[in-house]
Design a binder for this molecule. Structure first.
Ligand code: IDP
Ligand code: MG
Length: 170
């Protein structure tokens, strides 16, 4: 089989942070042997949440999902964002993450171990993981600046900010 060198975006969602699951989640993800090439803790504006989940606009759970990603359901207004990089990164991380519905997810997966379904029906499933190369590209460019990632993943162009040379996504 041909191995694909890929990158994928992971978000530890606010439920993961408020329940102190960061260490557990990172330990599970380390089993993939992928490399972390970017990581940060960041606040999530409504615009970011809507852009991240723009494909789901119109779903009955969309409005609550936007609140969830912003941390409004957990009074913890931040997420941890990471880029994992290596062979078959997308599939490996999705495998460790488990299915979207935490009750359907394998009990040994992150979502199966730590996720729950809110009484509203929203899947509170601890992490986000990109599901295709196109989605990974869109999401990594949304959440990270080129200079925050230690490898060159996508083309960039030079930019200057206050006289300091930086890069932007091309
Ligand atoms: P994914 O996170 O496994 O890629 P998506 O379909 O992209 O799943 O959905 C994004 C997020 O929206 C999920 O992680 C979950 O939090 C929520 N979600 C998705 N489908 C449902 C649903 O049918 N009911 C409730 N929440 C859902
Ligand atoms: Mg998805």
């Amino acid at each position: 089989m041909v191995y694909m060198l890929q990158q994928t975006l992971v978000l530890i969602k606010p439920d993961g942070l408020v329940r102190s699951l960061t260490g557990n989640v990172l330990t599970r993800l380390s089993e993939t042997k992928l490399e972390i090439v970017a990581a940060k803790v960041t606040r999530v504006s409504q615009e970011m949440a809507e852009e991240h989940y723009r494909e789901l606009k119109g779903k009955p759970f969309y409005a609550e999902l936007i609140q969830y990603l912003q941390g409004e359901l957990h009074d913890r207004r931040k997420v941890m964002a990471l880029v994992y990089w290596g062979h078959d990164a997308i599939e490996k991380v999705r495998e460790v993450a488990g299915e979207t519905n935490p009750e359907a997810a394998s009990p040994t997966s992150i979502r199966g171990s730590f996720g729950r379904i809110r009484s509203s029906g929203l899947f509170e499933n601890v992490i986000h993981a990109s599901s295709s190369e196109a989605e990974a590209e869109r999401e990594i460019k949304l959440w990270f600046h080129p200079d925050e990632i230690i490898v060159d993943l996508y083309p960039t162009k030079a930019a200057s900010s206050g006289g300091i040379q930086t890069r932007q996504w091309a």
